[in-house]
Every structure is written in structure tokens, then in C-alpha cells.
Design a protein around this ligand. Structure first.
Ligand code: BES
Ligand code: ZN
Ligand code: ZN
Length: 501
């Protein structure tokens, strides 16, 4: 969508939908831009319809030929002063969807909508995020005509009210950030939505290479199977051994212009398809498993926006992409494989493969990069969906400050997250009789034992693990800014976190 600032008064130019916000119990509409007679007719109509301005209530009224505004969208903002950033983003998403439903091509956002969040930059950022994220369609595999049809029926232009010079500058900054954060989220969604037949390990690496162009501050290092072998990444190679597609290691590095000693490593799970391997998944659990690289997709999304955000830290993004398939060359239950740091892993279930690849990636981060903190994002367990449902990610961490900063960043991003305990006594459950550790710990506490497994490979570097198996994919639309499919969950959390450092 295209965004522009309009300095002329609303009503003096044509627009399909003008959206005005009203607070609960203070319903005044059209002040300064509608003739008084129309304004009071609108207010009467709202009364007649029982519209009270409750948060999220939307009412669309046609103004026909009486003004240059074709339709008026009155948006309930709820009680004055109670609007939060997260609610405002969802409200913007809803406004966009309503305008699309009304076949509008353009929409004007009245200043009343932008007044209720902290500052003008943030208001505009959240507005843009809500609208961009709600208008997402994954059209790459539709007939050209079908994609065109959707485009024809969608809002193409968003007009924002102009303001005094200083405010306007801040709004412009918010606009840029909103666009950048949304584009990054959209990249992650596209990668997750792309079928595994195309989004195989080599393609994941190609996607990373594309982000490392000149002038971005980003470089990209790739290791193929032989190089991984030399590095001792036998755990990941075992996971990928059953597939026609070889595993690949990818490390993106963002270096800020001003030298810094601060380094953060972000690791994503990148199983491009999880069939379960020889511990084969039943069909109904396998059908969505192209999403099992959503952690790495979030890392790639993050790097897309880093050159815009320009954080003052060195950021390392890494993932080991592999496909988990059954075949004559596949790894087996009972096998014992060594990770990069020499820790041996007894494979009890080949479907607990994510943690086996993360073992190498985390050990690499801890021992080779030596950052101040490691964060991993992984669609790691079905158990986290049982614990927290499909909209909330789980976080487990060895460091309180890191955990709190990430939870705060998640809240700002509108990405729900909840803490689960890294309960040490459960480490008993992943003890092996013949190796250093076992890759499963039974059904009870499945999120915790998975995290305790990962902890073995972070070598005391402050670390947080985020299990995104639930919210990385929306099976149905539970909020307007999460259309069905990949959600891009985590991209904006990471951006907000890095911005806060
Ligand atoms: N990729 C799955 C976890 C998953 C499940 C992600 C549902 C998204 C939606 C993971 O590799 C897996 O299969 N985990 C097993 C672990 C078990 C064998 C210990 C699980 O959760 O069932
Ligand atoms: Zn699995
Ligand atoms: Zn998996």
C-alpha cells in the first residue's frame, strides 16, 4: 500500500473511506469536516444502531453524494486513555479489513485515531503494521488472474493527516519503521508458507545470501556438508541423512558502523520439512510440517530489517537447515551422534530432530561466536501447544534480565508469550544410559525437557529459548493482523529487543 500525508482539510478531496475514532460515551463525529446537519444525522444514526464506541466496534455509513467522502467508518476506541499499542495495531488491522470489505481503494485516517498511543511516531508505526499485516495474501502459487482480482478489490492508498513540522517528522519516522517491520514479517510469512518442495535447505541458504548485499552491513557465511563434517556437526548431519537435500549451515552477521563489543546470537530451527523421520508422524500431524523452519524464517525476517533499524550491537543470525525424512540412509532410533562440542546424543525418537540440529547451532554460537546472549526460536514441541494453546509462545531462560527484556519486546510487538520454568530436576528425564544425553524425556513436561536438552549446548552463555510451535502458524484467523498461514511471529519481537539495547 502507498501512504501519503494530506494537508488539505478532510472533505475537500475525494476518498472512499474516512475512518474516525470515537471514545466510549463521547460520540461526536464529523467535527470540522462534515456540515453540522450531516454530522448530527450521523450521530443520531449511531445512537439508533446502539453504537457506543466500545473498543473494536466499527460502523460503516454511506454518505452518498452529500460529501466527497464516500463512506464514513466510525471506530470505537473504548474508554478514554485505555488504548494500548497492541490493541491499536489490531484495531488498524480491523479498519483495513472493513475498508476492503467495503470495496474501498483508498482510506483516510482521521487524527482522532492517532492520538491515543504514546507518541505520533509509534501511533503511525502501529497503524502501518496493523494495515500491512492484515492485508497480507500469499499469492505466489495462484493463477495470475486470481492474484490480480484480490489486488483489485483491496485498499491501495492510505492517507494520513498532516501536522506541524515536528510532529510530521515523527510521523514519517513511524511510517518508515512500520513499513520496514511489516516487510520483514511478510518475508518470514512467505518463507513459511512456501511449500517444502521449494523451500529446501539450499533455498534457505540462498534466501540468506540475498540479504547480505553491499551497503547493508550484513555478511553471510555458508558451510556445506563436508565443511559441517569437519566442524564436527554430526548431530545435524544425522538428522538430514535421510533426505535427498543435504543439510547446510548458515551464519548471517550484521555489524553496525560504529565499532562495538556487544554481540548477540540468534539461532533459528530450520527443518524444511519434518516427516518425523523413521519415527514417522501420522498424516494429520505431518500436513503442516513445512512450517518447521519458522524459527529460521524469523531470523531471516529480522535481518531484512536490520539495515533500517541500525541497532548498536553486532547481531549473528544462524541456522542449520535440514530435512527430516525416512529412508535407507536416515538416522535411526538407538543411534548415537556427537554434536559439535563433542556431547553425545542418544536418539530415541527421530521426530525430536529440532533439538538435535539446535545442539550443533547453539554449541557453535557459544563456542565460536562467544556472544553476550543467545536467543533461539524454534517450532520445537507439540507440547507447548498443549500447555499454552496455539496463539502463545513459551519462553524458558537461564537469565532473568534477558528473559524480561524479551518478554517486554514481545508485548510491544503484539506477539503473545508466556514463561515456563527451566525446572532442573527434570534433567533426570533426559539422562541416557549409554550417551551424554537422550533426545526425548517422555510426554509430561515436554517443553521443559526439550529446553533442558538445549541448555546442555549453550555452555553458560546467558540464553533464552522461545518455543514458537503454536503461534508461528495461524490455522484460523484469531486476530485481524494474523491471516491464515505463517504469521511471521518473532520477527518484530527480535527487532524491538535489539532496538532496546
Ligand atoms: N516440529 C515438531 C513440533 C511441532 C508440532 C511444531 C506441532 C509445530 C506444530 C517437532 O519436531 C516434534 O515432532 N516434536 C515432537 C517431540 C517428541 C517426539 C518428543 C512432539 O512434539 O511430538
Ligand atoms: Zn519432529
Ligand atoms: Zn520438528
Amino acid at each position: 500500500m502507498e501512504y501519503s500525508f494530506r494537508s488539505e482539510p478532510l472533505g475537500s478531496f475525494a476518498c472512499d473511506v474516512a475512518a474516525e475514532g470515537v471514545c466510549q460515551g463521547a460520540i461526536a463525529v464529523g467535527k470540522g469536516y462534515l456540515p453540522d446537519t450531516i454530522s448530527s444525522a450521523v450521530e443520531n444514526e449511531l445512537k439508533r444502531r446502539g453504537f457506543e464506541g466500545k473498543e473494536g466496534d466499527c460502523c460503516l455509513l454511506a454518505l452518498l453524494e452529500q460529501t466527497m467522502i464516500r463512506q464514513l467508518l466510525i471506530v470505537g476506541m473504548g474508554e478514554r486513555g485505555k488504548m494500548t499499542g497492541e490493541k491499536f495495531r489490531t484495531l488498524s488491522a480491523k479498519i483495513l479489513k472493513t475498508a476492503n470489505g467495503a470495496r474501498a481503494k483508498d482510506i483516510y485516517v482521521h487524527s482522532s485515531l492517532l492520538k491515543n498511543v504514546r507518541d505520533p511516531a509509534l501511533s503511525v508505526q502501529l497503524l502501518v503494521e496493523g494495515m500491512e499485516l492484515a492485508s497480507y495474501h500469499f499469492n505466489a502459487y495462484r493463477k495470475h488472474t486470481a492474484a490480480e482480482e484480490i489486488k483489485k478489490r483491496s485498499v491501495a492508498r492510505v492517507m494520513l493527516p498532516s501536522a506541524d513540522f515536528a510532529t510530521r517528522k515523527r510521523m514519517e519516522r513511524g511510517l518508515e519503521r512500520g513499513k520496514s517491520f511489516s516487510a520483514a514479517t511478510v518475508l518470514a510469512r512467505d518463507l513459511v508458507n512456501t511449500p517444502s518442495m521449494f523451500m529446501h535447505p539450499r533455498e534457505m541458504a540462498q534466501q540468506a545470501l540475498k540479504l547480505a548485499s553491499r551497503g547493508t552491513g550484513i555478511t553471510c557465511k555458508i558451510m556445506n556438508r563436508e565443511q559441517m563434517e569437519k566442524m564436527g556437526m554430526h548431530a545435524s548431519l544425522a538428522v538430514g541423512a535421510g533426505s535427498q537435500h543435504e543439510p547446510i549451515f548458515v551464519q548471517l552477521v550484521y555489524r553496525p558502523k560504529a565499532k562495538t563489543s556487544k554481540k548477540i546470537a540468534i539461532v533459528g530451527k530450520a527443518i524444511t520439512f519434518d516427516s518425523g523421520g523413521l519415527s514417522l508422524k501420522p498424516a494429520e500431524h505431518m500436513s503442516d510440517m513445512k512450517i518447521d523452519m519458522a524459527g529460521a524464517a524469523a531470523v531471516l525476517g529480522l535481518f531484512k530489517a536490520l539495515p533500517d533499524l541500525k541497532p548498536r550491537v553486532e547481531v549473528h543470525g544462524l541456522f542449520i537447515a535440514a530435512e527430516n525424512m525416512p529412508s535407507g540412509s536416515a538416522y535411526r532410533p538407538g543411534d548415537i551422534v556427537a554434536a559439535m562440542d563433542g556431547t553425545t546424543i542418544e536418539i530415541e525418537n527421530t521426530d525430536a530432530e529440532g533439538r538435535v540440529t539446535l545442539a550443533d547451532a547453539l554449541a557453535y554460537a557459544a563456542l565460536k561466536i562467544k556472544p553476550q546472549a543467545i536467543i533461539d526460536l524454534a517450532t520445537l514441541t507439540g507440547a507447548v501447544i498443549i500447555a499454552l494453546g496455539s496463539d502463545v509462545a513459551g519462553i524458558l531462560s537461564t537469565n532473568k534480565d534477558l528473559k524480561q527484556a524479551l518478554m517486554h519486546a514481545a508485548q510491544e510487538a503484539g506477539e503473545p508469550i508466556w514463561e515456563l520454568p527451566l525446572f532442573k530436576p527434570y534433567a533426570e528425564l533426559i539422562k541416557s544410559k549409554i550417551a551424554d544425553v537422550r533426545n526425548v524425556g517422555g510426554r509430561p513436561g515436554g517443553v521443559i525437557t526439550a529446553a533442558l536438552f538445549l541448555e546442555k549446548f549453550v555452555h553458560d552463555v546467558p540464553w533464552a529459548h522461545i518455543d514458537i510451535a503454536g503461534p508461528s502458524y495461524a490455522e484460523k484467523e484469531t486476530r485481524a493482523e494474523w491471516p491464515v498461514g505463517g504469521t511471521g511471529w518473532g520477527v518484530r519481537l527480535l527487532l524491538n529487543y535489539l532496538a532496546s539495547l
